[in-house]
Design a protein around this ligand. Structure first.
Ligand SMILES: [Zn+2]
Length: 207
């Protein structure tokens, strides 16, 4: 049954708690707000919790320190000789802070079984498959961590190439090619880093 899309505003935390200054500006890191599109009450609650968890981490001094200690790749090319796209951690942090816009979040099954989530930079819309929402609610640490990783990863795809509104600034096509070092791509790197910090928060005593 089709119904007109319900748009409800969820939460909207604006990174109020953090006292880590943005680089150079003295501003607080701005985590983008989220609206939920056609989500059930249960999924809205999950979306609120996951968004809050991701934003708590992205606005933390620990995230900033670990993101800025290395450089990252903004994309990957099919041919190894063309790999030139990199960015310093400082520059990446500045871009995440400045250019991640408020977005909407949907839950929808993927057409391809391998696709966990998709992001439209033009619509500023992230769609995550229902299994990820359900995974968060099971309470299983690995599945919760997957959901945190997925949202953080997709949020990096919300950023457009400068002076456009429909081209991804950070891409991850060809990420399976050996010279693409998947973990150094911004999307996978940020997703993994947020997941790592989240897991540490759950168990601060683990090795
Ligand atoms: Zn991606």
């Amino acid at each position: 049954m089709m119904s007109s899309p319900l748009i409800s505003t969820l939460l909207l935390m604006q990174a109020t708690t953090s006292n880590n200054p943005g680089i150079g500006s003295g501003d607080v890191f701005q985590c983008p707000q989220v609206e939920t599109l056609s989500l059930s009450d249960l999924d809205q609650e999950t979306a609120r919790e996951v968004h809050e968890a991701v934003c708590d981490i992205m606005t933390s001094p620990g995230f900033k320190a670990r993101l800025t200690e290395k450089s990252w790749k903004t994309g990957c090319r099919r041919l190894p000789l063309l790999q030139q796209w990199s960015i310093t951690g400082d520059e990446l942090y500045r871009i995440l802070d400045r250019d991640m816009a408020a977005f909407s979040l949907k839950s929808e099954p993927s057409r391809r079984s391998s696709t966990v989530a998709t992001t439209s930079v033009y619509d500023l819309r992230i769609t995550i498959r229902p299994e990820r929402f359900e995974g968060w609610r099971t309470g299983d640490m690995a599945r919760k961590a997957n959901m945190v990783n997925t949202l953080a990863h997709e949020m990096t795809h919300l950023i457009p190439v400068e002076d456009t509104n429909n081209l991804f600034r950070f891409t991850d096509s060809y990420n399976w090619l050996p010279w693409c070092s998947k973990g150094s791509l911004v999307s996978y790197g940020v997703g993994n880093l947020v997941e790592e910090i989240w897991l540490e928060q759950q168990d601060p005593y683990r090795n």
